[in-house]
Design a protein around this ligand. Structure first.
Ligand SMILES: N[C@@H](CCC(=O)N[C@@H](CS)C(=O)NCC(=O)O)C(=O)O
Length: 272
């Protein structure tokens, strides 16, 4: 039985937070979406689907430029905007569409709450759950900056200031995770796998998407924020945890295709 419906551009490491947790919890998510460039040709709705001609005449469809990402106009139904007041993706819904959930970390929490009582992915008690929340919040602070960075790279207008600030935020985030993992191999919180680990892995994957923009980085004399070997020297606990979880059977079905594609982009760029 479907426990959650989601709509997003694909692939999206933020959406992967939910799909990895769902795999661990054995719950079903119904996913709708398309490549980022194609989402301007989609009706953003609980019943999201490619636009048809008559949609352009609908009075309940609001067409507006995006405030974050997406160069073109987006077509969102009033019902979508009621459920999703910030109008962003990934967007999640209860199976009947009445409850909208946004922010990938909150969607991740929803999956853990819906399916994981036995696995305790969201902590064994209020203290553990709150410590997990602390990591999720710290991740969001970093994610906000990595979003600015990746959007600037995709528009080819990234400055050294944006990049330095991203590297600084990444450093703060990794330093905290690295310190929390001292002596632990299973998880960031109390050495147990939790949604804090899922969020961590997906946010590192997200910033590693800079590898899709290596030409821009080189042409603008920028450097790389995601340099696995350099990061591993500075943050050995965090990066070996990242590497271990990327290979984990519950993570790899989502992570592998994205990371392999990015590794290929990097290899092709280096071979030019
Ligand atoms: N922090 C949010 C980011 C969501 C977000 O900003 N999504 C952007 C795309 S990257 C969006 O949907 N923009 C649509 C709009 O601005 O209308 C999360 O983790 O879910």
């Amino acid at each position: 039985m479907v426990a959650l419906r989601m709509f997003s551009y694909l692939p999206n490491p933020r959406l992967m937070k939910a799909t990895i947790a769902a795999r661990l919890c054995e719950i079903e998510i119904d996913i709708r979406g398309d490549k980022a460039d194609n989402l301007s040709d989609w009706l953003w709705d609980f019943d999201a689907r490619p636009l048809v001609n008559s949609d352009y005449d609908r009075t309940d469809v609001v067409s507006k430029s995006a405030h974050t990402g997406f160069g073109k106009k987006l077509y969102k139904t009033e019902q979508f905007l009621m459920a999703q007041p910030f109008g962003t993706v990934p967007a999640a819904f209860s199976p009947d569409g009445t409850v909208g959930i946004w922010e990938s970390n909150s969607i991740l929490r929803a999956v853990a709450r819906l399916g994981c009582t036995s696995k305790n992915l969201y902590g064994a008690d209020a203290y553990e759950a709150s410590r997990i929340d602390s990591f999720l919040d710290s991740a969001l602070v970093f994610a906000r900056q990595s979003q600015i960075y990746l959007l600037a790279l995709s528009k080819s207008d990234c400055t050294i200031e944006i990049q330095k600030e991203t590297a600084r935020c990444f450093d703060i985030f990794l330093r905290g995770v690295d310190s929390a993992l001292a002596g632990s191999v299973h998880g960031i919180v109390n050495n147990k796998l939790s949604i804090a680990d899922i969020c961590f892995v997906c946010e590192v994957c997200q910033v590693s998407r800079e590898r899709a923009h290596l030409k821009t980085i080189s042409e603008n004399r920028l450097y790389r924020v995601y340099d696995f070997d350099a990061l591993s020297l500075e943050f050995p606990n965090a990066m070996s945890h990242f590497d271990r979880l990327c290979k984990n059977e519950f993570f790899s079905p989502d992570i592998d295709p994205l990371m392999s594609k990015l590794a290929k982009r990097e290899k092709d760029f280096n071979n030019v």
